[in-house]
Design a protein. Structure first.
Length: 190
């Protein structure tokens, strides 16, 4: 018998569009991080999540923690691994937090190899695995806090006319160009 889907995971599924192992991993990482640190969902930038994969788990992190790309408190580092660092912004340059690194349990590896196992079954089976078997959890006592989101002025691209953040524009032949319009192979400086 598969475990019941908790209400907040059901809400993550509605947000994401389907149940899958990645969503469940992000959900569990967020839940563990928030509970262990005794934090509430972010309204602004007071919480930070650094995610090292852009997979399905990110949607659960956004839903559960309130950390989003738009607010600047969800930071994506393209390392290709299911690692989530949760921090609370405070005064100063360093913070306490948690680092959760997913490690696939052997039961999940066996289920993945089975042709009869659905991704939904693999995902829901993760709900029964103890946190310490699912993640390497490390307390962070002195982690550098990323800067707050920066707001930049926009200027029009000389070619397409679309407003573009100034630091994302480049100058070519005296004209401001966005990344999309800058010529192929041109050293854009970013």
């Amino acid at each position: 018998m598969e475990p019941a889907i908790p209400g907040d995971l059901a809400e993550c599924i509605a947000f994401h569009g389907h149940l899958c192992p990645g969503l469940t991993i992000g959900y569990l990482a967020s839940k563990i991080g928030m509970e262990r640190m005794q934090w509430k969902r972010a309204e602004d930038e007071e919480l930070i999540c650094i995610a090292m994969s852009d997979g399905c788990g990110i949607d659960a992190v956004q839903y559960m923690t309130g950390c989003t790309l738009g607010k600047g408190n969800l930071i994506f580092q393209d390392y290709g691994k299911m690692v989530f660092i949760f921090l609370k912004r405070k005064r100063g340059k360093r913070a306490k937090g948690l680092r959760l690194s997913f490690r696939a349990p052997s039961s999940m590896k066996r289920m993945r190899r089975s042709k009869a196992t659905t991704k939904e079954k693999v995902a829901s089976s993760l709900l029964t695995v103890p946190a310490e078997k699912l993640f390497t959890i490390r307390q962070l006592k002195d982690y550098p806090i990323p800067e707050r989101a920066k707001i930049f002025s926009s200027r029009e691209c000389s070619q397409c006319g679309e407003p573009t953040m100034e630091p994302r524009l480049t100058v070519r032949d005296g004209k401001l160009l966005c990344r999309e319009c800058a010529p192929e192979g041109y050293s854009r400086g970013w």
